[in-house]
Design a protein around this ligand. Sequence first.
Ligand code: SF4
Length: 265
Amino acid sequence: MDFGGTEKVSGSVELSLNINGLALRLRTPEGWIATPPLPERTGLDEAPMPARDLVERDRKRYHCLLFKPVWLVETARGCPFRCNFCSVWQLYGRSFRERSIAAVVDDFASVGDCVFVADDLFWHHPARSLELAEALKKRGIRKRWLLVQTRTDIVCRSPQLLEAWRPIAKDFDIFFGLEAASDDALLTTVLGADAAAKLDLFDRAQLACVLRVCRTSVTQSEAGRRLFAITRKKRKVTNDADRLQKYLTRFGLNWAACTAQTISG
Ligand code: SF4
Protein backbone atom coordinates (compact mmCIF):
# COMPACT_ATOMS: atom_id res chain seq x y z
CA MET A 1 0.00 0.00 0.00
CA ASP A 2 1.26 3.47 -0.90
CA PHE A 3 0.56 5.87 1.97
CA GLY A 4 1.70 8.81 -0.14
CA GLY A 5 -1.17 8.64 -2.65
CA THR A 6 -4.74 7.49 -2.72
CA GLU A 7 -6.20 4.16 -1.78
CA LYS A 8 -9.14 2.59 -3.58
CA VAL A 9 -11.46 1.71 -0.71
CA SER A 10 -14.52 0.07 -2.17
CA GLY A 11 -16.28 0.47 -5.47
CA SER A 12 -15.48 3.90 -6.80
CA VAL A 13 -14.46 5.44 -3.44
CA GLU A 14 -10.88 6.65 -3.24
CA LEU A 15 -9.34 8.08 -0.09
CA SER A 16 -6.29 10.29 0.20
CA LEU A 17 -3.78 8.77 2.61
CA ASN A 18 -1.56 11.82 2.74
CA ILE A 19 -2.79 12.57 6.26
CA ASN A 20 -0.52 11.25 8.98
CA GLY A 21 -1.78 9.94 12.31
CA LEU A 22 -4.85 8.04 11.08
CA ALA A 23 -5.95 4.49 11.86
CA LEU A 24 -8.64 3.48 9.42
CA ARG A 25 -11.03 0.61 9.21
CA LEU A 26 -11.31 0.15 5.50
CA ARG A 27 -12.31 -2.69 3.28
CA THR A 28 -8.81 -3.56 2.09
CA PRO A 29 -6.96 -6.87 1.99
CA GLU A 30 -4.96 -5.60 5.02
CA GLY A 31 -8.09 -4.78 7.08
CA TRP A 32 -7.07 -2.15 9.63
CA ILE A 33 -4.51 0.21 8.17
CA ALA A 34 -2.67 3.18 9.63
CA THR A 35 -0.89 6.15 8.13
CA PRO A 36 2.52 7.13 9.58
CA PRO A 37 2.37 8.75 13.03
CA LEU A 38 2.35 12.51 13.43
CA PRO A 39 5.76 13.96 14.33
CA GLU A 40 4.18 15.26 17.55
CA ARG A 41 0.73 15.14 19.06
CA THR A 42 -1.57 18.08 18.47
CA GLY A 43 -2.04 20.38 21.46
CA LEU A 44 -5.62 20.14 22.74
CA ASP A 45 -6.11 23.91 22.59
CA GLU A 46 -5.45 23.72 18.84
CA ALA A 47 -8.36 21.32 18.35
CA PRO A 48 -11.68 23.05 17.66
CA MET A 49 -14.39 23.08 20.33
CA PRO A 50 -17.06 20.42 19.88
CA ALA A 51 -19.91 21.55 17.60
CA ARG A 52 -22.49 20.88 20.30
CA ASP A 53 -25.19 22.74 18.38
CA LEU A 54 -25.27 19.80 15.95
CA VAL A 55 -26.62 17.46 18.62
CA GLU A 56 -28.85 19.89 20.53
CA ARG A 57 -32.04 18.35 19.18
CA ASP A 58 -30.99 15.02 20.75
CA ARG A 59 -29.66 16.54 23.95
CA LYS A 60 -32.48 15.22 26.15
CA ARG A 61 -31.51 11.69 25.20
CA TYR A 62 -27.95 12.03 26.56
CA HIS A 63 -27.98 10.51 30.00
CA CYS A 64 -25.65 8.83 32.48
CA LEU A 65 -26.54 7.13 35.77
CA LEU A 66 -29.50 9.14 37.13
CA PHE A 67 -28.79 12.32 35.23
CA LYS A 68 -29.95 13.83 31.97
CA PRO A 69 -29.39 15.70 29.83
CA VAL A 70 -25.63 15.28 30.13
CA TRP A 71 -22.82 17.30 28.52
CA LEU A 72 -19.33 16.01 27.86
CA VAL A 73 -16.28 18.16 28.70
CA GLU A 74 -12.66 17.19 28.15
CA THR A 75 -9.92 18.85 30.21
CA ALA A 76 -7.09 16.42 29.35
CA ARG A 77 -6.48 13.38 27.16
CA GLY A 78 -4.41 10.20 27.51
CA CYS A 79 -2.72 8.44 30.40
CA PRO A 80 0.89 7.48 31.16
CA PHE A 81 -0.04 4.21 32.92
CA ARG A 82 -0.65 0.98 31.05
CA CYS A 83 -3.27 -1.24 32.63
CA ASN A 84 -3.53 -4.34 30.50
CA PHE A 85 -7.32 -4.21 30.18
CA CYS A 86 -7.31 -0.59 28.96
CA SER A 87 -7.16 0.72 25.40
CA VAL A 88 -6.23 4.31 26.32
CA TRP A 89 -2.46 3.89 26.58
CA GLN A 90 -2.33 1.98 23.31
CA LEU A 91 -4.44 4.62 21.57
CA TYR A 92 -2.37 7.59 22.73
CA GLY A 93 1.04 5.95 23.20
CA ARG A 94 1.04 6.75 26.95
CA SER A 95 1.00 10.48 26.16
CA PHE A 96 -0.86 12.94 28.36
CA ARG A 97 -2.10 16.31 27.08
CA GLU A 98 -3.97 19.04 28.91
CA ARG A 99 -6.13 21.92 27.75
CA SER A 100 -5.33 25.34 29.11
CA ILE A 101 -7.15 26.36 32.29
CA ALA A 102 -8.84 29.28 30.53
CA ALA A 103 -10.18 27.07 27.72
CA VAL A 104 -11.56 24.53 30.19
CA VAL A 105 -13.25 27.19 32.30
CA ASP A 106 -14.91 28.66 29.18
CA ASP A 107 -16.07 25.19 28.19
CA PHE A 108 -17.56 24.49 31.62
CA ALA A 109 -19.32 27.83 31.52
CA SER A 110 -20.85 27.06 28.12
CA VAL A 111 -22.36 23.65 28.92
CA GLY A 112 -25.36 22.59 30.98
CA ASP A 113 -25.80 21.46 34.54
CA CYS A 114 -24.80 17.79 34.37
CA VAL A 115 -21.27 17.15 33.14
CA PHE A 116 -19.40 13.94 32.36
CA VAL A 117 -15.70 14.83 32.35
CA ALA A 118 -14.31 12.70 29.54
CA ASP A 119 -10.67 12.71 30.70
CA ASP A 120 -9.12 9.26 30.70
CA LEU A 121 -7.27 10.16 33.88
CA PHE A 122 -8.62 13.11 35.84
CA TRP A 123 -6.42 14.88 38.40
CA HIS A 124 -3.20 13.38 36.99
CA HIS A 125 -1.38 16.61 37.83
CA PRO A 126 -2.69 17.64 41.24
CA ALA A 127 -1.27 21.19 41.13
CA ARG A 128 -2.92 21.94 37.79
CA SER A 129 -6.15 20.32 39.00
CA LEU A 130 -6.22 22.51 42.10
CA GLU A 131 -5.63 25.56 39.94
CA LEU A 132 -8.50 24.53 37.67
CA ALA A 133 -10.85 24.07 40.63
CA GLU A 134 -9.98 27.56 41.87
CA ALA A 135 -10.52 29.06 38.42
CA LEU A 136 -13.95 27.41 38.12
CA LYS A 137 -14.98 28.71 41.55
CA LYS A 138 -13.72 32.18 40.74
CA ARG A 139 -15.89 32.17 37.62
CA GLY A 140 -18.88 31.16 39.79
CA ILE A 141 -19.35 27.79 38.11
CA ARG A 142 -21.32 25.24 40.07
CA LYS A 143 -23.00 22.23 38.47
CA ARG A 144 -25.82 19.95 39.48
CA TRP A 145 -23.68 16.87 38.80
CA LEU A 146 -20.11 16.03 37.85
CA LEU A 147 -18.63 12.65 36.97
CA VAL A 148 -14.88 12.09 36.68
CA GLN A 149 -12.64 9.03 36.20
CA THR A 150 -9.40 8.71 38.12
CA ARG A 151 -7.10 6.44 40.12
CA THR A 152 -7.33 5.56 43.79
CA ASP A 153 -3.62 6.25 44.35
CA ILE A 154 -3.96 9.80 43.04
CA VAL A 155 -6.75 10.55 45.49
CA CYS A 156 -4.94 8.85 48.37
CA ARG A 157 -1.78 10.87 47.76
CA SER A 158 -3.61 14.17 47.18
CA PRO A 159 -6.84 14.14 49.21
CA GLN A 160 -6.97 17.94 48.96
CA LEU A 161 -8.26 17.39 45.40
CA LEU A 162 -11.51 16.07 46.84
CA GLU A 163 -11.90 19.09 49.08
CA ALA A 164 -11.14 21.49 46.24
CA TRP A 165 -13.52 19.91 43.73
CA ARG A 166 -16.40 18.84 45.96
CA PRO A 167 -18.07 22.29 46.09
CA ILE A 168 -18.18 22.53 42.30
CA ALA A 169 -21.19 20.22 41.99
CA LYS A 170 -24.19 19.33 44.14
CA ASP A 171 -23.57 15.66 43.38
CA PHE A 172 -20.07 14.47 42.52
CA ASP A 173 -19.41 10.93 41.27
CA ILE A 174 -16.01 9.32 40.70
CA PHE A 175 -15.37 6.18 38.67
CA PHE A 176 -12.57 4.06 40.16
CA GLY A 177 -11.49 0.68 38.82
CA LEU A 178 -10.09 -2.00 41.13
CA GLU A 179 -8.59 -5.19 39.77
CA ALA A 180 -7.25 -6.55 43.08
CA ALA A 181 -8.77 -5.57 46.41
CA SER A 182 -6.28 -7.42 48.65
CA ASP A 183 -2.57 -8.29 48.76
CA ASP A 184 -3.39 -11.95 48.06
CA ALA A 185 -5.38 -11.01 44.97
CA LEU A 186 -2.57 -8.73 43.79
CA LEU A 187 0.05 -11.46 44.16
CA THR A 188 -2.16 -13.93 42.34
CA THR A 189 -2.77 -11.44 39.55
CA VAL A 190 0.94 -10.85 39.01
CA LEU A 191 2.50 -14.24 39.77
CA GLY A 192 -0.36 -16.64 39.10
CA ALA A 193 -2.07 -18.71 41.80
CA ASP A 194 0.49 -21.55 41.91
CA ALA A 195 3.58 -19.35 42.31
CA ALA A 196 1.83 -17.07 44.80
CA ALA A 197 0.85 -20.06 46.98
CA LYS A 198 4.52 -21.09 47.31
CA LEU A 199 5.64 -17.82 48.92
CA ASP A 200 6.44 -17.51 52.63
CA LEU A 201 4.44 -14.99 54.59
CA PHE A 202 7.56 -12.81 54.78
CA ASP A 203 7.93 -12.69 50.99
CA ARG A 204 4.20 -12.24 50.47
CA ALA A 205 4.13 -9.12 52.64
CA GLN A 206 7.27 -7.61 51.13
CA LEU A 207 6.49 -8.40 47.51
CA ALA A 208 2.90 -7.12 47.80
CA CYS A 209 4.24 -3.81 49.11
CA VAL A 210 6.80 -3.56 46.29
CA LEU A 211 4.13 -4.36 43.69
CA ARG A 212 1.81 -1.68 45.04
CA VAL A 213 4.57 0.90 44.64
CA CYS A 214 5.47 -0.34 41.14
CA ARG A 215 1.89 -0.27 39.98
CA THR A 216 1.36 3.26 41.19
CA SER A 217 4.56 4.63 39.64
CA VAL A 218 4.87 5.79 36.05
CA THR A 219 8.47 4.60 35.60
CA GLN A 220 10.79 2.02 37.11
CA SER A 221 13.06 4.83 38.31
CA GLU A 222 10.18 6.51 40.14
CA ALA A 223 9.28 3.22 41.82
CA GLY A 224 12.93 2.71 42.80
CA ARG A 225 13.16 6.21 44.27
CA ARG A 226 10.07 5.59 46.40
CA LEU A 227 11.15 2.14 47.53
CA PHE A 228 14.72 3.10 48.43
CA ALA A 229 13.97 6.61 49.67
CA ILE A 230 16.10 6.27 52.82
CA THR A 231 19.09 4.18 51.76
CA ARG A 232 19.55 5.98 48.42
CA LYS A 233 20.63 9.08 50.36
CA LYS A 234 23.66 7.21 51.68
CA ARG A 235 24.84 6.01 48.27
CA LYS A 236 27.25 7.70 45.91
CA VAL A 237 25.46 6.17 42.90
CA THR A 238 21.68 5.97 43.17
CA ASN A 239 20.88 3.09 40.84
CA ASP A 240 17.30 2.73 42.12
CA ALA A 241 15.91 1.09 38.99
CA ASP A 242 18.71 -1.46 39.00
CA ARG A 243 18.19 -2.31 42.67
CA LEU A 244 14.50 -2.79 42.03
CA GLN A 245 15.15 -5.04 39.05
CA LYS A 246 17.45 -7.24 41.15
CA TYR A 247 14.70 -7.68 43.73
CA LEU A 248 12.06 -8.49 41.11
CA THR A 249 14.32 -11.03 39.43
CA ARG A 250 14.17 -13.17 42.58
CA PHE A 251 10.53 -13.79 41.74
CA GLY A 252 11.01 -14.13 37.97
CA LEU A 253 9.53 -10.66 37.41
CA ASN A 254 10.55 -7.59 35.51
CA TRP A 255 9.11 -4.08 35.31
CA ALA A 256 6.75 -4.88 32.45
CA ALA A 257 5.39 -7.98 34.19
CA CYS A 258 4.58 -6.24 37.43
CA THR A 259 3.05 -3.08 36.00
CA ALA A 260 1.09 -4.38 33.01
CA GLN A 261 -2.09 -4.61 35.05
CA THR A 262 -1.86 -1.46 37.12
CA ILE A 263 -4.50 -0.90 39.76
CA SER A 264 -6.32 1.77 37.93
CA GLY A 265 -9.07 4.27 37.57
S1 SF4 B 1 -5.02 4.39 34.78
FE1 SF4 B 1 -7.05 4.30 33.79
S2 SF4 B 1 -6.81 5.34 31.80
FE2 SF4 B 1 -4.76 4.87 32.58
S3 SF4 B 1 -4.20 2.91 31.61
FE3 SF4 B 1 -5.11 2.45 33.63
S4 SF4 B 1 -7.32 2.14 33.24
FE4 SF4 B 1 -6.44 3.16 31.43
